[in-house]
Design a protein around this ligand. Structure first.
Ligand SMILES: O=C(CO)COP(=O)(O)O
Length: 241
């Protein structure tokens, strides 16, 4: 199981201290089969990379530019730059960026570029509340997958993160039965080997007890709760207890 911490626009150098607990946990037996991945803001990727140098914790960026090259793109970093500073993963297509205008075609270019740079991609998809109410969830997910992964032959480095927009930061999670079906549906979109599918949206140490029962999920993408080392560790422990 994968446990991905998406720190969003939080954290500074003093946040590094709290990671000692997580490092210790990652080296203990309690980690079981859990794979931990931290996606801090770009300002902290280098420091996280140093901090994690003797352990198995992965590091990722939260977004990247679609180009492989250096260029006049104020405020952006490309996948090679992320790789160069120590990232192994990158989140692409997060709804917080889709809301700001990233469309499926741009997301497709970003994914291609990240794969070329040999990063693993955590590709986020999910419907909004209004799409859910109009019963368009499956339609939206199909479109996001179809355009987002267009012309990408080798999908072995792609994880899909199903993050219903209405579940992010709201305390709400989908009904177990719905979530199981949606994950099956996502996996069915892939002919050869199906990708790992993560769930994200309000995952916390309480609701993980229900989420862990959904046996086709391969892990979790965790926002708010992941900023607290104890809560993050608790989520992993409770997944296996
Ligand atoms: O957006 C998310 C992770 O990418 C989920 O955030 P929360 O866990 O804070 O709901």
């Amino acid at each position: 199981m994968y446990f991905v911490a998406n720190w969003k626009m939080y954290g500074n150098l003093s946040s590094l201290n709290a990671l000692d607990k997580v490092i210790k946990f990652s080296k203990s037996k309690e980690i079981r089969g859990g794979r931990l991945i931290y996606c801090p803001p770009n300002t902290l990727i280098g420091s996280f990379s140093k901090k994690f140098k003797d352990c198995q914790i992965g590091i990722g960026g939260q977004n990247c530019h679609e180009s492989q090259e250096y260029g006049a793109h104020t405020g952006y970093v490309n996948p090679r730059m992320l790789k160069n500073i120590g990232a192994h993963f990158v989140i692409i297509g997060h709804s917080e960026n889709r809301k700001k205008g990233e469309n499926d075609r741009l997301i497709n270019l970003k994914i291609k570029s990240a794969i070329e740079a040999k990063l693993k991609v955590i590709f986020c998809i999910g419907e909004t509340l209004s799409e859910k109410r109009k019963k368009k969830t499956y339609l939206v997910l199909s479109r996001q997958i179809k355009i987002g992964l267009k012309n990408i032959k080798n999908k072995s480095n792609i994880f899909i993160a199903y993050e219903p927009v209405w579940a992010i930061g709201s305390g709400l999670i989908p009904k177990s039965q719905d979530l199981f079906r949606i994950v099956e549906f996502i996996k069915s979109k892939f002919k050869a080997k199906s990708p790992k599918v993560l769930y994200g949206g309000s995952v916390n140490p309480q609701n993980i007890i229900n989420l862990r029962e959904i046996n086709n999920i391969n892990g979790f993408l965790i926002g708010g709760a992941s900023q607290n080392a104890k809560k993050f560790i608790d989520i992993v422990k409770k997944t296996y207890s």
